[in-house]
Structure formats: C-alpha cells, structure tokens
Design a protein around this ligand. Sequence first.
Ligand code: EPZ
Length: 421
Amino acid sequence: MDKLVIEGGKKLHGEVPVSGAKNAALPLIAATLLAPGVHILHNVPDLRDTRTMLKLMGQLGVQSRWDGAVVTVDTTHLHHGEAPYELVKTMRASVLVLGPLAARLGAARVSLPGGCAIGARPIELHIKGLEQLGARCCLENGYVDVTTTKRLQGAEICLTVPSVTATENLVMAAVLAEGTTVLKNAAKEPEITNLVDMLLGMGAHIEGRESDVLTVHGVSRLRPADCRIIPDRIEAGTYLLAIAATGGEGRITHCNPGHLAALLEKLRATGLVIEESEDSVTIKQPAAAKGLRSVDITTRPYPGYPTDLQAQFMALMTLANEESTIKETIFENRFMHVPELQRLGAMIRIEGNTAFVTGTTGLAGAKVMATDLRASSSLVIAGLAARGRTEISRIYHLERGYEYLVEKFSGLGAVIWKEKE
Ligand code: EPZ
C-alpha cells in the first residue's frame, strides 16, 4: 500500500491542466454497450475507476485499447455475462452497465454494490425504473438479475430524488425501448448532458437536454460513438481550493468555468479574486490580505454546491477568519474527513448533517488516513497548507479519481511524493 508524504507550508503557484471527468467517462464507456461496433472516446482520464470499468466490460466480450487519452472500445462481440461482486465492490459505478445491457441484450446480472463509506447508497430507483420500462428484476444472492421477454417499453418515470447514476441508467435503457419515456425529476449534472450528447451523436432521440425532464423517443438501433469527455469539474475545484488554502495564486486550464459556478461564487465570497476565461480559471489572493472570510455552504444537486467538493471546501474553511457552517444534504455519512482534519489541528464540531468549522491561524502536519475519494483530497489540501510533514495512508482512494496527482501538485511547486507504507 502506498502513502502520500507532503512537506507543507509552501504557496502553490503556476498552471495545472484538468483531465477528463471520471463521472462522465464511466457512464459514457458503459453507453458504448448500446451499439455494436468500434467507438472512440477522447479525453478519457487514466484512473483506477476507468480501468475497472473497461475490465468489467472486457468480461462481457468488449475489447478496448488506450492510446494516450483516447480509448477505442469495440462492442461487436458483446456477450451475456455478469458484473461480479469482486469488481462491483471496488467501484459502485459498475451498476451503470445495467441499463445498456438490459436494452441491448434483454438481460443483465450485476452484483449489488452494497454499502459505502459515505452512505447506504441504495439503487432501488435504478431497479424500479427498469421495472417500469417492462424489465423483470430479481434480487438474489447479492445480485440483481434483469430480464426482458421483449424490447423495453417506454414509460413515465418520476425519480423521488434526482439520482445521477439512476438518471444515466434509465436514459441508456430508454434509448432502445419501444415508444417514449419521460423521465421526471432527472438529475442534470454536466456529466449527464455529456452522456445525452453522446447518445444524440449515436442516433438517439432525446429532448430536454440540461433540464430535469428528459423525454426519450426509443429507436431500434444506434451507431458507434466518436465523442469527447468533458473536463473534470471536481478535479478543477480541488486544485482551486488547494491553491487557495496555501495562500497561492494560479490558473486551472482545460476546464469549463460554467460547470464550477457554485464553487466560484463561494470562493469569491471568501475574498479571493477569481477570473474566468472560456476554458480556464485564475485564482489570486485579495490585494489587501485580510485573510479568508468564512463562508457557509450547503450541498445540493447540480447546479447547487457539489457534495464532491464539500470536504475540500471544509479544508479551506479550517484556515478562515471566523466560523463557517457546512451542511451535507446528499449523503448521510460524508464527514469521515473531520476526525482526520482535527488531527492536523482543525477545529470542527458536528451536529447531525452540519459541521461547524472555526478557522485557525494554521494547521500542523500529522499522520492521517484516507477514507474515501473526496475525503482524501481534502487531507491533501490540508497537508499542503499545514506546517511540517503530513503522511496520508490508504491513498488508493485518491488514485480512483485523480490523474497524475503527484505530478500536477509538484508542477504547482508542492513538495509531495508517494512512498511504500
Ligand atoms: C454520483 O453518485 C457520483 N458518482 C458521486 O460521485 C456523487 O457524489 C453523486 O452522484 C452525487 O452528486 C458517479 O457519477 C459515478 P446519487 P450516485 O444516486 O449516482 C440516494 C465521487 O466522489 N439514492 O445521485 O451514486 C443516494 O443514497 C462520487 O466521484 C437513493 O436513495 O449518487 C443519495 O443520498 C461519490 N436511491 C442521493 O440519492 C437510489 O436508487 C444521491 O445519490 C439512488 C440514489
């Protein structure tokens, strides 16, 4: 197992490019199952999770090849199969093959993902939606078996919560269904729009792009895709917050500032100077350094403040002037980073789904443990801001979602390296 070692207290500066979005790459790779043939995906991040998804598809007869950030996926020889527990337990997003397999093959067998560090994360909305499209879903021995006797049938589906992957699964199932599906209270994260654009390019008929009502007119077949993965807004946000926490200045390139509006609004409220161009964001310290103002956030579905940037924002607020309130409304257990931040000297009190963060003048390095992907990136931010050395164990969590993290932070002047535990 590797650990990350950081010699903190150095102001970050310079430029860092953003990679393709993990949470777009996963559904777009799964969507290639919908059409036989050779698909080309551009700007695919080389992550533990994207490799897991391709490995899973390999077990279903799909061949894939990397050429830099371009992945060629050949789904011609797709055959029945199952998404085994061994893979699904390492990446819940494996559940994204359910919809496309049910639509293309009329059958899918996928291990239930089970619990997760940040919450129970059930998938009943995925299953209920597939049943409304005419599939038969049977849960047994930790697996969900989806079968259909004929083509899926269009239906009106209303999601009780705007679940991101449930929206993705059901749109992918509906594009090859007979008739029209209306998906209400759909999630509208940019990653979903990336998927809708890919499907439109494959010949699907979908209305309501970027809205919470998606109307899908089923077609009998689709053609292979050639499309681009959008920039990772969560990765971009993580680097912006890291630069801010070290008192540095820098530019995030190859990103889409429009996808970061909720974060940029909060960063401006702390007093930081934010400049946007078409594909970059520059962050600067205020002229008269009065220190960071404390700012409250409440996580919400897009376009609200993203839950995947909650932990990283908390790390910044540990260094602000006064007290800030951080409310987590999406996942019931997403404060695992708090006790680790407290080891670095942060002052945080939790009451239910709210954390009260009292700013301090500085953090001090310590040994801490990563618990999930975004919690671990908040520890990296705190470690970069802290005086002295910080060691973060279990960094396999980070490798799931951040491409070339050590190289990118080193490029910004951080003293950071990986070591065997
Ligand atoms: C996606 O997860 C992302 N993962 C998550 O990113 C992200 O945190 C989340 O959306 C919210 O933005 C991917 O895209 C691969 P949800 P997802 O279904 O789809 C409840 C990261 O760090 N719910 O939108 O699994 C659920 O429990 C990861 O990159 C049900 O109750 O999240 C949660 O409370 C972490 N029943 C809420 O909805 C269901 O059937 C939102 O979850 C489905 C969801």
